[in-house]
Design a protein around this ligand. Structure first.
Ligand SMILES: [Zn+2]
Length: 175
């Protein structure tokens, strides 16, 4: 009887020990992937003023015309070629590949709210599909790949936010 109680006590002590050992790691992991703000701007701007690309090849506004019935499902954030591109929220990279129109692009699925974000025309992709990213993590660089690969097109990040599959105006989130 006494022996039984002792082993029970030992199990309790070791469980507590394991908890105390694992919990700080678990907590720091959770904090690492915690969003500090609602949406991080995917490109850095001085004075936080977003610049939308406008050139003779098109307007970078949300839902601007793209020929026929096609609409622009995102915004074009004008930036220097090679400028850093950041994940707007923590999430999992679901695609990091080349597409004829979008060029090198990254798609991230975010764990809450049904949000998916897309980053296109990149010159560099620095993540791979399946990878977890944190908010504000550098994922690539601004470029001119895909249909932005034309001398007259100003370097920009094509950026989309979709909620449950529906494209939303990113300006409502990042400004
Ligand atoms: Zn675009």
């Amino acid at each position: 009887m006494i022996k039984y109680d002792l082993s029970r006590q030992r199990v309790k002590t070791s469980l507590l020990f394991v908890f105390l050992l694992v919990f700080p790691f678990y907590l720091s992991y959770q904090l690492y992937y915690l969003d500090k703000i609602f949406f991080f701007c995917p490109v850095e701007y001085k004075q936080d003023t977003v610049i939308i690309r406008h050139d003779s090849y098109g307007s970078g506004d949300f839902l601007s015309n793209r020929g026929g019935s096609r609409k622009h499902n995102g915004i074009d954030l004008q930036a220097k070629f090679g400028a850093a591109v950041y994940a707007v929220r923590a999430g999992k990279v679901t695609r990091a590949q080349f597409h004829r129109g979008m060029g090198n692009f990254i798609e991230i699925s975010h764990p809450s709210g049904g949000y998916v974000t897309i980053y296109g025309h990149l010159s560099k992709i620095e993540v791979r599909a399946g990878q977890l990213v944190r908010q504000g993590q550098k994922i690539g660089a601004v470029g001119k790949t895909g249909n932005a690969n034309h001398r007259g097109v100003i370097p920009h990040l094509h950026f989309e936010i979709r909620k449950n599959g529906m494209p939303l105006d990113p300006m409502k989130f990042i400004e």
